[in-house]
Design a binder for this molecule. Structure first.
Ligand SMILES: *Cc1c(COP(=O)(O)O)cnc(C)c1O
Length: 463
C-alpha cells in the first residue's frame, strides 16, 4: 500500500517545472506569480491528500494544465452569478429581487463611469441634499410634499421612527406586528430606533378606539404596517389609513404607514392583485409613508419615505440619514426607474418586473412550446418532460395567496426515484449560467414567466 503510494507521489509534477511552461506563464502574466504558485501548491496539496487518504490520484491529474486553467477561469468569475430565475417567484429576494430596466442600467453605468453632480449644483444654489432631484420626481408621482431615500425600506422605517418618536411611544395594532423575511421584525426595529412599542387591539381585530385609548402624553406616533406577506381572514377589523389620519389630527400626533412594497400605479388596472399606493394614504392625510425600491416598484434596493415636508426635513437632518443614505448608482437607477412611470402605457414593456408580472399565460405557453421538443430530445431518456400549468408568485412580501396563472416545463424521473431530480437540480445549479427551478410534487418545475431569452436557456440546458 505505502509502496504503491510512493509511486503515485512520484507522479506529481514539480511546481517549478510547471511554472516554466508557456501556458502557465500566460496565466502568470494575467494574474501574477503569487496567485499561480498558490494555486499550484493547493493542487499539489489536494493531490497528496487524495493519495494518502484514498490511495489514488485525483481525477484531474491527467491534465494539470487544464485544471489550472479551470481554476483560473473560476477566479475571474463574479461571486454574483447571473442565473435564470425560473422559480416562478418574480421578485425573489434571494435572487436579488427586481431586475432593472434598460434605462436604469444605462443610467447606473453612466453615473459610475464619471464624476456627477451628486451634491453639487452647477448654478451655485445649494439645494440641500443628494436626494433633491429624485425627491422632486417622487413628489410628482405620489403627491407627497417631499421625500427621503435610504438604503432599503427597513432603513426607512428605522430612520422614520428614530426621527419622529425616539424616546417616546409608538402605537401599533397587534395584528400588524409583522416579521418580514430576514431579521426585520417591527418590535425589534422599534427598540433599535429607541421607541417604546405600544401594542393595541388583538391579532384579528383592532379598532380606532383601541388607538385612541392608548394615547397619552408620551405618545409620539400612530403607526400602521402593511401586512404584506400574510393575511388574516374571517372575523377581522383593522383601522384604515384615513381613520388613523383623522385621529392623528384630533390629537396633533403624526401618523405613518410602512407600506412594504407599495406601488406607484394601480396594479388592478393591469389585472394584478391590488397593492396599496402611497398616493392614496398621503391624500388621506397620513404624514409619512415608506416603501421599498426593489419590490413592485421594479427599481434598485432602496427605501423611500414620502410625506409632509416638515417631517421629511427632520428626517433628512437626522444623523442616521448619513449612515443610511444611498450612493450615486442607486440614485441613478431609481431616477431612471421612476421616469418610466411618467409614461405608464410603456411600463409593461420597459420595466422587467411589470413585464413579467403581466405576461399572459398564453404567451408563456408559447414559450414553453418553443423549448419543449429540444428538452425532450436531450433529457427524455431519464425524465418525462412535459408542459404543465402552474401558478407564479409575485414574491417579496406580496401575498402568497395572490397567484398568477402560468406554464412550466416539468421534469419527472422516468424510474420514479426522486434522487435523480436532486441531481438534475444540482447539475443545473453548476451550469455556466445556473438555471434555478422549483421542486414540487415529485417534479422539477421551470416556470417560464420570467424567461426572456429561450435561445440562451436552451444553449445552457443542452450543454
Ligand atoms: C419588505 C418589507 C419591509 C422591508 O423592506 P426592505 O426594502 O426589504 O428593507 C418592511 N416592511 C414591510 C411591510 C415589508 O413588506
Amino acid at each position: 500500500m505505502v509502496e504503491a503510494n510512493l509511486a503515485l507521489y512520484r507522479q506529481l509534477p514539480s511546481i517549478d517545472k510547471l511554472l516554466q511552461l508557456d501556458e502557465v506563464q500566460i496565466l502568470v502574466e494575467q494574474s501574477g506569480l503569487h496567485w499561480v504558485t498558490t494555486c499550484l501548491r493547493e493542487m499539489q496539496e489536494q493531490a497528496r491528500k487524495c493519495i494518502s487518504q484514498q490511495g489514488q490520484l485525483p481525477d484531474w491529474h491527467i491534465d494539470w494544465l487544464k485544471e489550472l486553467a479551470k481554476r483560473h477561469d473560476e477566479l475571474g468569475q463574479s461571486a454574483l452569478k447571473n442565473v435564470f430565475n425560473l422559480t416562478g417567484t418574480v421578485l425573489h429576494t434571494n435572487l436579488g429581487r427586481a431586475v432593472m430596466s434598460k434605462t436604469a442600467i444605462d443610467a447606473v453605468s453612466k453615473a459610475m463611469s464619471s464624476s456627477v453632480t451628486l451634491e453639487y449644483s452647477l448654478d451655485g444654489a445649494m439645494r440641500g441634499h443628494r436626494d433633491r432631484a429624485i425627491a422632486d420626481l417622487l413628489c410628482e408621482l405620489t403627491g407627497a410634499e417631499d421625500a427621503c431615500i435610504v438604503n432599503n425600506n427597513a432603513a426607512a422605517v428605522l430612520l422614520l421612527l428614530a426621527t419622529v418618536a425616539n424616546g417616546q411611544q409608538v402605537i401599533v395594532s397587534r395584528g400588524e406586528l409583522v416579521e418580514i423575511g430576514g431579521a426585520f421584525r417591527v418590535p425589534d426595529v422599534m427598540s433599535q430606533a429607541g421607541c417604546q412599542l405600544v401594542e393595541v387591539g388583538t391579532t384579528n381585530r383592532t379598532h380606532l378606539r383601541d388607538y385612541e385609548n392608548a394615547i397619552n402624553e408620551h405618545t409620539a406616533l400612530l403607526m400602521k404596517v402593511h401586512t404584506s406577506n400574510y393575511s388574516i381572514e374571517g372575523f377581522t377589523a383593522e383601522v384604515e389609513g384615513h381613520e388613523l389620519a383623522e385621529l392623528g389630527k384630533k390629537y396633533q400626533l403624526p401618523t405613518a404607514i410602512d407600506l412594504g412594497s407599495g406601488s406607484m400605479i394601480d396594479m388592478t388596472a393591469y389585472g394584478l392583485p391590488e397593492e396599496p399606493m402611497p398616493h392614496t394614504y398621503l391624500t388621506q392625510g397620513v404624514d409619512l409613508v415608506s416603501i421599498s425600491g426593489d419590490k413592485l416598484l421594479g427599481g434598485p434596493q432602496a427605501g423611500i419615505i414620502l410625506g409632509k415636508k416638515k417631517w421629511i426635513d427632520a428626517i433628512q437632518k437626522h444623523p442616521l440619514k448619513r449612515a443610511l443614505r444611498v450612493d450615486k448608482m442607486t440614485l441613478a437607477a431609481l431616477e431612471a426607474t421612476l421616469k418610466l412611470y411618467l409614461t405608464p402605457e410603456k411600463l409593461t414593456n420597459d420595466l422587467p418586473t411589470l413585464r413579467w408580472l403581466t405576461r399572459d399565460p398564453e404567451t408563456i405557453r408559447r414559450s414553453a412550446d418553443n423549448v419543449l421538443v429540444a428538452l425532450q430530445a436531450f433529457y427524455g431518456d431519464k425524465f418525462i418532460v412535459e408542459i404543465e400549468p402552474c401558478l407564479s408568485q409575485i414574491g417579496s412580501g406580496s401575498l402568497p395567496i395572490d397567484r398568477l396563472p402560468s406554464f412550466a416545463i416539468t421534469f419527472a424521473p422516468l424510474n420514479g426515484k426522486g434522487g435523480t431530480l436532486e441531481q438534475l437540480a444540482s447539475h443545473w445549479r453548476q451550469l455556466s449560467e445556473p438555471v434555478i427551478g422549483r421542486m414540487k410534487d415529485g417534479k422539477l418545475w421551470l416556470d417560464l414567466r420570467c424567461l426572456d431569452d429561450e435561445h440562451t436557456l436552451l444553449q445552457v440546458l443542452l450543454s
